[in-house]
Design a protein around this ligand. Structure first.
Ligand SMILES: Cc1cc2nc3c(=O)[nH]c(=O)nc-3n(C[C@H](O)[C@H](O)[C@H](O)COP(=O)(O)OP(=O)(O)OC[C@H]3O[C@@H](n4cnc5c(N)ncnc54)[C@H](O)[C@@H]3O)c2cc1C
Length: 423
């Protein structure tokens, strides 16, 4: 039986796979993209219903195509998925949907990889794993399954109606946790939100969105998180036209803020006494960005409107002045816990010597230590912007260049070989 052969196989057709296909196409590298679901499947089926992009439409896109509609608006998640499907059509990307890659094995004694898929075997010289920065939901093993509660991860939250009646505890206050908690509060639920260390940029300042500020201040290009901030999440939202996330305001609107969730015992959850510290550090991060923006405006003589409102601080709500050390979940009427505690990567399907002891790829800007194996879309792959829509496009260009360079080496024939062929 003949086996299908391809130069470069891209696994996953999210934004990373589509960007990779564009650059490989331009470089003339024969390739195929395999996607187990639909193009940009995670935007369609692993995000809540009301989600909109965190960045404005002018920013969160590829250079080759604009979103229809207001460039300063925040695009709904289905439209984001539609955008990538349209982009794939525009560049004529060779994407095969509904095909799952089950295993990739390094060939022994010869270059390349043997790929087992749900529809047969493929031989590929090179592999680009573009299966996403956020693959496997993390739920810390704190609350037992038989605690008499509904427990879900943020990736399976859809809307308030999906949850049983009663109060909701959202654990984790990054962009997902804070947006879900806010939506539930607006739907009339009693909401508890466990807040850990976070960055909290202003949605906009002096007439410019924070995406613009991070760009001109060089922060999207940071190569690695600042020391000590590796576990700091970022809380931003494009909901309702884009508003700055302000935990104190949410507290004053009735949301009960709690410190980091620590332990569970006999129906009680306890929280670290760090709520005020986490809020203060979030404020410091917020204010430092305003200061840097002001300095940038002065240095460059920009004519941008003053924004004194941005420095106004909400009063502390009761839950901050009198922090709650623990909660009896049933007594508080909590029927649901939503874990907005992030994701891990899972590359168990790649059988190659390319991972550290925690299963994370060993790579330089996506070029793996295993020759012929590449990664795309990893968090901080080359810089802060790597896992985001616009950033992955630039990383894909780098990988396409590296693949082109390696193909040249493979094609090289020594003098003796050339003479043999000419004879
Ligand atoms: C809630 C949320 C909101 C976000 N909002 C924004 C935003 O507004 N702006 C922004 O820039 N970024 C945002 N991001 C970050 C990032 O843009 C997304 O996570 C994006 O989905 C990453 O794209 P990707 O192509 O790298 O990975 P994914 O979208 O995860 O795509 C990977 C694809 O690989 C497929 N796949 C996986 N395994 C296999 C296999 N074995 N065989 C075949 N196919 C496989 C999957 O089905 C999937 O389609 C957000 C992330 C989250 C979680």
């Amino acid at each position: 039986m003949s086996v299908e052969k391809i130069d470069t196989l891209i696994v996953g057709a999210g934004q990373a796979g589509v960007a990779m296909s564009e650059h490989l196409g331009e470089a003339g590298v024969p390739h195929l993209v395999l996607e187990r679901g639909r193009i940009a499947e995670r935007w369609r089926s692993e995000r809540w219903d009301s989600l909109v992009a965190n960045g404005p439409a002018w920013h969160d896109r590829f250079p080759g195509m604009e979103f229809a509609g207001d460039p300063d608006g925040f695009v709904a998640k289905e439209e984001v998925a539609d955008y990538f499907a349209a982009y794939a059509r525009k560049i004529n990307a060779p994407i095969r949907c509904g095909v799952e890659v089950r295993a990739v094995r390094r060939n022994a004694g010869r270059p390349g990889f043997t790929v087992t898929t749900s529809q047969g075997v493929i031989e590929a010289e090179r592999i680009v794993a573009a299966t996403g920065p956020f693959q496997k939901p993390i739920i810390p093993p704190l609350v037992p399954d038989d605690a008499g509660l509904m427990q879900i991860h943020s990736s399976t939250y859809r809307n308030p109606a999906q949850l049983p009646e009663g109060a909701v505890l959202v654990i984790g206050a990054g962009s997902s946790g804070v947006q879900i908690a806010d939506e539930l509060l607006r739907a009339g639920r009693r909401v508890y939100l466990s807040v850990g260390p976070h960055d909290r940029p202003p949605r906009a300042y002096r007439g410019r969105d924070f995406c613009w500020w991070l760009g001109v201040l060089g922060k999207w290009d940071m190569a690695a998180p600042a020391p000590g901030t590796e576990h700091v999440t970022i809380a931003v939202s494009g909901a309702r036209g884009g508003e700055t996330v302000d935990f104190r305001r949410l507290g004053n609107q009735g949301m009960v803020l709690l410190g980091r969730t620590e332990a569970y015992r006999d129906g009680r959850l306890s929280f670290a006494p760090d709520l005020r510290q986490n809020l203060d550090r979030g404020d410091e991060n917020y204010l430092s960005l305003l200061d840097e923006a002001d300095a940038y405006i002065r240095r460059n003589g920009l004519d941008l409107p003053e924004d004194p409102e941005a420095r106004r601080r909400e009063p502390d709500p009761d839950c901050v002045t009198k922090p709650i050390p623990d909660l009896h979940l049933a007594a508080a009427g909590i029927a649901t816990v939503i874990w907005a505690t992030g994701f891990a990567v899972d590359f168990g399907w790649i059988k190659a010597d390319a991972f550290d002891e925690r299963g994370r790829p060993i790579h330089q800007r996506g070029v793996s230590v295993e020759p012929g194996l590449y990664f795309l879309g990893l968090p901080w792959q080359s810089r802060r912007g790597s896992s985001f829509i616009w950033g992955v496009w630039h990383d894909a260009r780098h990988i396409a260049e590296q693949i082109t360079i390696q193909r040249k080496y493979s094609e090289y024939q020594g003098k003796a070989q050339r003479m043999l062929q000419e004879a």
